[in-house]
Design a protein. Structure first.
Length: 183
């Protein structure tokens, strides 16, 4: 298991390989479809974003309401493919890493490689466990979006797998290839 501290340095991301299991501690941000739409619209207009995401990690998630005495409600990854139209622009802007679930388009894989960024997969169905990894949650932008607002999370030992590394190697494609070679 590889331990990483977010935000990540690009040099550290280059040491990761598709299929590596990691534990992430540090600061990451949530953003889903509606927030990505607003972020990319602002970038297209040349406007500053409401939160500086240069060098940061975006987790495609929207936590449930926070129960009393807890830093966060349940939080699990949403299907990453829904952000594929926005991802190349966000990576070009300076986002270093992404967290979600499921495969990505070829355009996203190439953008990750071009920008030296990494896509991590989080396990779906483990939202309560992932909530236990959150030490602090603060809404930092687009509060009107409710669960889809952008939140700053402080996490400890968030378990992830490198799905696409900074060289563009795709663990999902590698898994399919391994399976096809075995049958």
């Amino acid at each position: 298991m590889i331990r990483l501290t977010a935000p990540f340095d690009k040099k550290d991301l280059k040491t990761l390989h598709a299929g590596d299991n990691v534990l992430v501690t540090g600061v990451i941000y949530t953003a889903r479809d509606a927030a990505h739409g607003r972020l990319c619209a602002a970038l297209e207009k040349g406007e500053e974003l409401p939160v500086d995401l240069h060098g940061q990690t975006i987790f495609y998630a929207g936590p449930t309401p926070t129960p009393p005495g807890r830093p966060s409600g349940a939080i699990g990854p949403t299907t990453s493919m829904r952000m594929d139209a926005y991802t190349p622009a966000m990576l070009a802007y300076g986002v270093n890493a992404l967290i979600g679930k499921g495969g990505r388009s070829e355009a996203v894989r190439l953008a990750l490689k071009e920008n030296g960024s990494v896509y991590f997969a989080a396990i779906g169905g483990c939202a309560a466990y992932m909530a236990a990894c959150i030490e602090q949650l603060d809404v930092v932008a687009y509060d009107d979006l409710g669960t889809e607002s952008i939140k700053r999370l402080v996490v400890r030992d968030l378990p992830l797998t490198v799905a696409i590394d900074s060289e563009g190697n795709d663990a999902y494609a590698m898994g399919v290839q391994t399976y096809l070679e075995s049958v």
